[in-house]
Design a protein around this ligand. Structure first.
Ligand code: FUB
Length: 375
């Protein structure tokens, strides 16, 4: 199935969407999204910014302020395919806000692919971390050979500009880095993604350029797993060889490759709640955000359920952050454009139940989000 899922849109003018946005914005050199006539009222929340396209939001709260590190979507010439070749992003812009629902500032270019010596194209989903007054931007990009690596860039300002290290992180591969810092100050990177994210091409330990374009193609065998590695004290390298992060069902059995409703696809995120580790991710071609819970940052993690039903657009990618004593889900859909390659980030409240489970969110008001709608 191609990584494309166009939607039919209504006929309301863009002005209506702007009126119901609930957020203002400021931006340098902003690229205005095309007008879209979607009925804004059917969405659970509205785009955080409307003058550039953004996706894959990684949110952090630093000194009481909220910073969001998204992909910066652009309308490139490449046709849509299963490898995500149409996600042709070339730079990053950081969003910031003093409070949820407040004015959103869109920063200037924080890192451009032309300033990353090893990178060639496709600046995909980033994340950021802070340590000892330095901010670290982690990002996947294809190198000159077309292989995804993960790079790191540093700045003294959370909005950037960031300066990239000359080489990708040694031993890094695939996409979607998420860096989690535990209460003891140790940081871990979670990463990986199948299909266009190339994780399946490392099935035998090293990159196979002729490897599968999707997954292991063995539905009755354990699914491919995300990776985790502890970071070095300087946050610039892996302190150990990345290892697979086990995700099992309630019986302790590994999720299988054919279990597309639950198996890992991409978009790793980690948050800690009441002493438990919550690893969340996207199921990709079934379009769910789901989560699994464990007792250690290395797992194993037991699958627990869905966080978000399918959004409009093929991809779904999120982050979870605590602000002002409440938890928030940052996610994205294609409300503004109706096109998978041109997404817009959003935020909505996330609730943990008494038993630690997460209440499933439906991004469409009153929408049943039937599985058939996700294909
Ligand atoms: O935005 C490009 C890619 O699409 C991301 O890296 C994936 O997580 C998916 O959102």
């Amino acid at each position: 199935m191609p990584r494309t899922r166009r939607i039919l849109l209504g006929t309301l003018p863009l002005a209506m969407a702007l009126l119901t946005a609930g957020c203002q914005q400021s931006a340098d050199n902003a690229q205005a999204p095309a007008a879209n006539a979607a009925d804004a009222s059917k969405y659970l929340s509205q785009p955080l910014v409307k003058d550039i396209y953004t996706a894959d939001p990684s949110a952090h709260v630093w000194d009481g302020k909220i910073y969001v590190y998204p992909s910066h979507d652009i309308d490139g010439p490449t046709a849509e395919d299963d490898l995500g070749s149409h996600f042709e992003m070339r730079d990053y812009r950081v969003l910031s806000m003093d409070k949820i629902g407040g004015q959103v500032t869109v920063g200037p270019v924080a890192l451009d692919v032309k300033d990353v010596p090893w990178a060639d194209r496709q600046m995909w989903a980033p994340d950021a971390a802070r340590k000892n007054g330095t901010y670290y931007l982690y990002f996947p990009a294809k190198d000159k050979e077309g292989v995804f690596r993960i790079g790191v860039a540093t700045s003294k300002d959370p909005m950037g500009p960031f300066k990239a290290q000359p080489q990708p992180i040694k031993g890094s591969y695939s996409i979607d880095p998420a860096v989690f810092t535990d209460d003891d100050g140790t940081s871990y990177m979670y990463f990986g993604g199948i299909w266009g994210g190339q994780l399946q091409r490392y099935a035998n330990g090293k990159y196979d350029p002729n490897g599968s374009k999707t997954d292991l193609e063995q539905d009755d065998k354990p699914a491919l797993l995300p990776r985790v590695a502890k970071m070095t004290d300087d946050m610039l390298e892996f302190a150990e060889t990345p290892r697979p992060l086990q995700i099992v069902d309630e019986q302790g059995k590994p999720l299988l490759g054919g279990d597309h409703d639950r198996r890992f696809f991409e978009a790793s995120w980690m948050h800690k709640y009441k002493g438990k580790y919550y690893f969340s991710y996207s199921t990709g071609d079934t379009h769910y955000l789901v989560y699994a819970v464990g007792d250690s940052p290395y797992g194993p993690f037991t699958y627990k359920g869905r966080i978000l039903e399918p959004v409009e657009g093929w991809t779904t990618h999120h982050s979870i952050a605590e602000w002002d004593g409440r938890w928030w889900l940052f996610y994205a859909d294609t409300q503004l454009s109706g096109q998978t390659r041109l997404r817009n980030v959003k935020v909505t409240e996330l609730h943990h139940n008494e038993d630690g489970s997460i209440r499933t969110i439906n991004p469409i008001i009153g929408g049943a989000a039937p599985k058939s709608a996700a294909h």
